[in-house]
Design a protein around this ligand. Structure first.
Ligand code: SF4
Ligand code: SF4
Length: 288
């Protein structure tokens, strides 16, 4: 089962939930944690993971042979990302905008475009206690997270429970990280900002046709509008974590919640059981 842990905005406690869920299950399940928050991966800080191997993430970017090129402009026409342009006698490429789709080289009538690899990040993996751990790191200054996220997800081990720490927001990197999940946990807080971002996140996850549930973090800080919204939309609130200075203190020191306060382990196991029930129910409905 693949469970992604997402949030409409950063700072809601997504990594706290992902790491605590993984650590609560590791004694009874084979668990793997994939940190796909590649712009700012920080699950390793909590898991104290030992990195055993790494691999560069390369995307193929175009290289133009100016001798062969006739400046016909076809490449610029087909590029959806404005990563190649014909200006007078020159063809300019903008590697940082290139998605490595290969359309320009494929469609160049003169076969004047070859491809060269360009490094955009790195994937590292290893063990954290009894957990398998993988994370990606987007190179500073690079804009495109999806190729790094795809590379992290290539390590998915389908033989067990996989927990994905998703980047914050609702854009392409989120879709890339969440797609193919069996369930998506949305971590939010009971504030107007939390609600507004939750609504956007729910819309995105529903487009992907993935069942979801909410973890309400820092409960007690705001109002009841998130719960009202969840009730109205029939989204289960599966876990509530109160606003608590001890929890905040542990987080600021890089101590996972279930290690600093082991009494939370049972709540996270119950959270997993609730997710499993929802996923099993959905599988049964699909079979019918
Ligand atoms: S499509 Fe090929 S020939 Fe035409 S401008 Fe681009 S590189 Fe040159
Ligand atoms: S590989 Fe794709 S994204 Fe990159 S320049 Fe060519 S058409 Fe544009």
């Amino acid at each position: 089962m693949i469970i992604s842990v997402a949030s409409g905005k950063g700072g809601t406690g997504k990594t706290l939930v992902a790491t605590s869920l993984a650590l609560s299950l590791k004694d009874s399940h084979k668990v793997m944690l994939l940190d796909c928050d590649v712009e700012e991966p920080n699950a390793h800080v909590f898991l104290k993971s030992a990195i055993a191997s790494s691999e560069a993430v390369l995307i193929p970017v175009p290289k133009v042979d100016e001798e062969r090129c006739t400046r016909c402009g076809k490449c610029a026409e087909v590029c959806a990302y404005n990563a190649i342009a014909v200006l007078g006698e020159h063809v300019l490429t903008f590697p940082q905008l290139c998605h490595g789709c290969g359309a320009c080289s494929y469609l160049c009538p003169e076969k004047a475009i070859s491809e060269e690899p360009r490094e955009t990040g790195v994937v590292e993996w290893g063990q954290a206690d009894d957990l398998e751990f993988v994370h990606g790191k987007l190179t500073v200054g690079e804009a495109m997270a999806p190729p790094v996220i795809r590379k992290v997800k290539e390590h998915t081990n389908n033989d067990g429970t996989v927990i994905i720490d998703v980047p914050p927001g609702t854009s392409c990197p989120v879709v890339e990280a969440v797609k193919d999940s069996d369930f998506c946990l949305l971590v939010t807080e009971p504030t107007p900002f939390g609600l507004s971002d939750l609504v956007l996140a729910v819309e995105t996850i529903r487009e992907l046709n993935i069942p979801c549930g909410v973890v309400l973090n820092r409960a007690g800080v705001g109002d009841a509008k998130v719960e009202e919204y969840c009730r109205k939309e029939n989204i289960p609130v599966l876990l509530t974590i109160p606003l608590d200075t001890e929890i905040a203190r542990l987080y600021s020191k890089g101590v996972p919640l279930v290690e600093g306060m082991p009494q939370w382990k049972g709540s996270f196991r119950k959270l997993f059981d609730s997710i499993k029930e929802i996923v099993d129910e959905r599988d049964r409905d699909t079979e019918r």
